[in-house]
Design a protein around this ligand. Sequence first.
Ligand code: MG
Length: 259
Amino acid sequence: MNKLLLFAFLFCLISFGAKSQDNFSKNKVIAHRGAWKAQGIPQNSLASLEQAVALQCEGSEFDVWMTADGKLVVNHDADHEGLDIETTTFKELRKHKLPNGEKIPTVEEYLKKGIKQNGTKLIFEIKPSKISTARSEELATKSVAAVQKLKAEKWVDYITFSYEAGLKVIELDPAANVAYLMGNKSPKELKEAGFFGFDYNIKLLREKPEWIKEAKDLGLTVNSWTVNNPEDMKWLLDQGADFITTDEPELLFEILGKR
Ligand code: MG
């Protein structure tokens, strides 16, 4: 009897542990640069991450650059308020606020906010340097270090247009999920290099739908950007895409709700 009770207790403990570790939403909806469009707030702001979490998106994507003095900041374009991020110091960049009054977020601030919840994953885009491949690799190295320092591995999937940056992340953290964005590698090449999947332009996937099947057969994940058109959303869902990256998460939820 005692053994039975002990077994039941252990079983409860294990199932509770498994549940508390992963409450991430599974609905394929990845908010591109956070949820900002319908809300009228700046892309890649902490507020846009908050909104993606409030919508219960499966993931919230954000873009990361490295300043001249080696700090990681979240911004889509290569410049912030006319200042080229890669050749400007962090101190200078921070003087120029986002339209909602926020300062340009650091990666640390973004990750800290993201790991306060565990429903929405953080889709961390490592931007390719315009200066050198070595700088893209340095950004990848610092990105992995920032994630590991905050113990945020469970939240973060990486994406990148820089094949070299992707390989660097895989080398530094073989358990990390890394998807490639450029569209110039076949599913077989990505699998062999240790990638988790691809995140390719919707136009390319419309031309090469066979890559979706090939990826799925190889156990790779399929994501696509930037899918704002209902017909493309429905087509990707029919193809069995794992994720859909969109500026219109509300629209994708509406379509999912009707299926
Ligand atoms: Mg991006």
